[in-house]
Structures are given as structure tokens and as C-alpha cells.
Design a protein around this ligand. Structure first.
Ligand SMILES: Cc1cc2nc3c(=O)[nH]c(=O)nc-3n(C[C@H](O)[C@H](O)[C@H](O)COP(=O)(O)OP(=O)(O)OC[C@H]3O[C@@H](n4cnc5c(N)ncnc54)[C@H](O)[C@@H]3O)c2cc1C
Length: 437
């Protein structure tokens, strides 16, 4: 029987990994690999790298955890560094692989990455399996080509005919690696210190999930979720969900078990409601393809912007005239995590106060966020910029009002040094221009 290759991407787990199960079912031997892609470290035209330090560390920890778990099952994880095409081609020829399995991305760029790879290795069959959402395509109460574009319509339709979420699947055994595959050591980057509160890996993800639902936090989630910066105010599931250390089905079932044991209320429903936002952005990304990354989004409307390089840098570094925005950007740069409230404020300031093309902000969040998820990040940025499928248009958050509502005593701004370097927005003005006589 033949040899398959499973390519780990944003699915760094063994349990409830439907794509891995598919690979395990069909081959006598299986190669399990992760490619640390050079392309992730090259800044693109939007002045940011696809992968920054925080998420990189989280992923490295996830890989160590995965390798240990696989070893216990008699398997090895091969981690290679370099160009994706070259690395996968080497594995294919080294182990006579005939089929490659992977989790299908919901966004256009993620899909394009894999289809380019398939073009480079035409002799191999590529099988992409959809698994990043709660529901499978066949469970949705609408046709995949007819996904409602607004969240309200999407949610209402889904709630009218709520399909049951598949039970998370347990994998008991894996086919062994090919005989020639010697144990491949995992090469970790030198800097393995972790962000303050997030530890990568499925083990840490499951522990965090269990800890959250062992606490009383789910009972008050709806009242606390909007806070600017409290560890217990929201679930903090996002980094594990984004790296695939946790599946959305595992989260959903833990939530249902909590409701059965301790009762349901508005807050427990609201956790599900937020998972539906996640669900929505993934299906939305699939639906709109390249438009997820376009300046005009799905609206076709061009926001009024100019490219101010200086403003962008000041926003990134947190030295704008707005202490609240500065504090948020300092927290993001230092930890890789900011709350949903903080993300909305920072995004709105970039778009509205600084008049910068929203895509530069989305790309910077991509680089810095520990929980970066392409569909969710770019979808939310479109919303704030008013180019998404939002009937209300863009969102402009009044900074003074936000400060009053969420940090009235200035504690957050002072903790993150928001007042430290409050600069003017532009260091050149009219009088600096050469005179035109
Ligand atoms: C400009 C902007 C960019 C964002 N980029 C990302 C990103 O790259 N990755 C990411 O996971 N989230 C992103 N979000 C959504 C949201 O801010 C985070 O999911 C949330 O803050 C993560 O913390 P939590 O897990 O404690 O969330 P909770 O409030 O506990 O929510 C539970 C889960 O629901 C989902 N969820 C919550 N809010 C949203 C939302 N607005 N849209 C979609 N799903 C949501 C997440 O999976 C989250 O883990 C972004 C929001 C904005 C405004």
C-alpha cells in the first residue's frame, strides 16, 4: 500500500483533526510534516511580515507538543525549514509519497498557497479537507454558493435550523512512518521564552479550555467580554483556535458540557454567539475569495485615504497623539494579544483619525497578533473600514468616549505607557514644502 504525507498547517493537534484522520485511513505508511516556510519571514508590500515573533513562538511550542504526542503514538514529526515547494518536493521524493493531505484554508491566499504547491508537484494527488469551522458545508441550511453576506442574516438562518455540531473525534492509532524515516529532531528557534500568559500546543489548549469551564467566568461572560484588558473577561481561546491546537468543535462541546452541568444563561449563549462570528468570517472568506484582501472589499467603495508613511509608523510604535491608541499598540507589540475592544479602537483610529488604508493595519495585526487568523482578521478590518458586508457602514470609535467608558481612571493607559511619547501626527506641514513661485 502507498505512502501518504500529512502537511500540518493551522491544525497543530492530533485529536479531532479530521484531515489527519483521512490521511491515516488510507495509507500503510504516513509521513507527518510541518514546513517552517521562508516566505513567512519576508515583509510584503504592506510593510509587515506574515509571521511575527509572538505567533512564531506559540507555533514552535505547539510543534514540540505535537512531536511528543506523535512519538507516544509511534510516529515522528518532520519539521523542515526553507521554501515550501522545495521542502515538500524533497519529502515526496525521499519517501515515495503519492498523496498529500492538508486542512483546506477558508481564505483565498491560503488556498492559493496550496494550489501553487500542487502545480509544482503535479505527480502527487492533493487532498484538502475542510475542518476549520463548527459546521461542515453539507450541514449548513443554505447552499455554499448562497451564503448570506451579512452576519445578522447568516446567524438568523443558522439559528433557525441549528445543525448539531459533530462530536470531536479521537484518533487511536496512526500508520507508522516509512522504514527509511529516521527520527527527525525538531529545530526550535533560540528564543523559546513564551508570551506572558499563552503557551502553545494542544495540551496547553485543552488545559486552558478545561480551566476556563471549571471557573465561574462563563456565567458572566456577556457582562465582562467588552473589557479593555482583563484576563478573565473573555475566554482567551483565540490563540489555540487560530493555530488549530483546539478545534471549534472541542470548544463547543466543552461549552455544552458546562451548560449541562451548571446551567445555561445569556452569557453561555453569548460564547456560542461569538463562535458564530468566527464561523461567519470563515464562510464569508470562502465566499468572497480575493475580495477579502482588496482595498474596496465587497462594498466596491473606496475609503478616503492617503498613504502617510510617518503616521503608519507612529501607529505601529504607539507614538500617536492618542494615549489610548498608544497604550493598545504597546500592549500588542509587547504581548501579541489585545482585547476585542482594543482591536476595534486601534483599527478605527488607523482608518479614521490617521486616514490610512486599512490593509496596512490588517497586515500589521497579522504580523503581531499571537492569535492571527486570516479570515477573522481581514474580515473584522473590513468591518471597521466600512468595506465589508455590514449594512451600517464603517465604525468610527470616539476615542474620548472609549477612554471614559473603558478606562476612566487611566489605569490601562498608564500601565502601557500611553502618555510616554505623545507625538504630533505629522512632522512636516505646509510650510515645510518648497515654495512654488
Ligand atoms: C480589527 C480586528 C482584528 C481581529 N483579528 C483577529 C484575529 O486575527 N484572530 C482572531 O481570532 N480574532 C480576531 N479578532 C476578533 C476578536 O477580537 C478576537 O477573536 C478576540 O478578542 C479573542 O479573544 P478571546 O478568545 O478571549 O475572545 P472571546 O470574546 O472569548 O470569544 C470567543 C471566541 O469567539 C471568536 N470571536 C470573538 N470575537 C470575534 C470576532 N469579532 N470575530 C470573529 N470571531 C470572534 C474567537 O474565536 C474567540 O476566541 C479581531 C477583531 C478586530 C476588531
Amino acid at each position: 500500500m502507498s505512502t501518504g504525507l500529512f502537511l500540518f498547517t493551522s491544525d497543530l493537534r492530533v485529536q479531532d483533526n479530521l484531515a489527519l484522520f483521512e490521511a491515516a485511513r488510507h495509507h500503510r505508511h504516513l509521513v507527518l510534516a510541518y514546513v517552517d516556510d521562508d516566505a513567512d519571514r519576508i515583509a510584503g508590500s504592506l510593510q509587515a511580515k506574515p509571521l511575527g515573533q509572538h505567533r512564531n513562538e506559540f507555533i514552535q511550542q505547539g510543534l514540540v507538543n505535537l512531536a511528543v504526542e506523535l512519538e507516544e503514538m509511534g510516529q515522528y514529526l518532520v519539521v523542515t525549514h526553507g521554501k515550501l515547494g522545495t521542502q515538500v518536493r524533497n519529502l515526496v521524493s525521499q519517501y515515495q509519497v503519492d498523496t498529500i493531505y492538508y486542512s483546506r484554508a477558508s481564505d483565498f491566499r491560503g488556498q492559493q498557497r496550496l494550489s501553487l504547491l500542487a502545480q509544482q508537484i503535479p505527480e502527487v494527488v492533493f487532498k484538502g479537507i475542510w475542518q476549520h469551522t463548527l459546521y461542515a458545508a453539507h450541514q449548513l441550511p443554505f447552499d455554499i454558493s448562497d451564503i448570506p453576506t451579512s452576519f445578522s442574516k447568516f446567524r438568523r438562518k443558522l439559528e433557525q435550523a441549528l445543525p448539531s455540531v459533530l462530536t470531536p473525534q479521537q484518533l487511536m492509532s496512526l500508520p507508522p512512518p516509512p522504514n527509511e524515516l529516521v527520527k527527525a529532531g525538531i529545530t526550535l528557534t533560540d528564543n523559546t521564552s513564551i508570551s506572558e500568559s499563552f503557551e502553545g500546543g494542544a495540551g496547553a489548549g485543552i488545559r486552558h479550555l478545561a480551566g476556563y469551564f471549571d471557573s465561574d467566568c462563563p456565567k458572566t461572560y456577556k457582562e465582562t467580554r467588552n473589557a479593555l484588558d482583563e484576563w478573565q473577561s473573555s475566554t482567551k481561546f483565540s490563540p489555540w483556535l487560530a493555530a488549530g491546537c483546539l478545534s471549534p468543535r472541542q470548544v463547543y462541546h466543552a461549552l455544552k458540557s458546562f451548560e449541562q452541568a451548571r446551567g445555561e444563561n445569556d452569557s453561555t449563549y453569548w460564547i456560542f454567539f461569538e463562535l458564530l462570528w468566527r464561523e461567519y468570517f470563515h464562510w464569508y472568506a470562502l465566499d468572497i475569495g480575493e475580495k477579502l484582501f482588496e482595498f474596496t472589499g465587497v462594498s466596491g467603495r473606496k475609503p478616503l485615504t492617503t498613504f502617510h508613511a510617518e503616521r503608519l509608523i507612529k501607529w505601529q510604535q504607539g507614538i500617536t497623539p492618542y494615549p489610548l491608541v498608544n497604550a493598545i499598540m504597546h500592549q500588542l507589540n509587547a504581548t501579541g494579544y489585545i482585547s476585542n475592544r482594543a482591536r476595534q479602537i486601534a483599527a478605527s483610529a488607523l482608518v479614521n483619525e490617521l486616514s490610512i488604508d486599512w490593509r496596512y493595519g490588517a497586515a500589521y495585526f497579522q504580523q503581531e497578533l499571537i492569535d492571527y487568523d486570516t479570515a477573522i482578521n481581514w474580515g473584522n478590518w473590513q468591518y471597521v473600514a466600512g468595506v465589508g458586508a455590514d449594512p451600517r457602514g464603517g465604525r468610527h470609535f470616539n476615542l474620548d468616549k472609549q477612554q471614559q467608558m473603558f478606562d476612566a481612571d487611566g489605569e490601562y493607559v498608564s500601565r502601557w505607557f500611553g502618555e510616554h511619547e505623545v507625538g504630533v501626527l505629522d512632522s512636516t506641514d505646509m510650510v515645510d514644502w518648497p515654495s512654488v513661485n
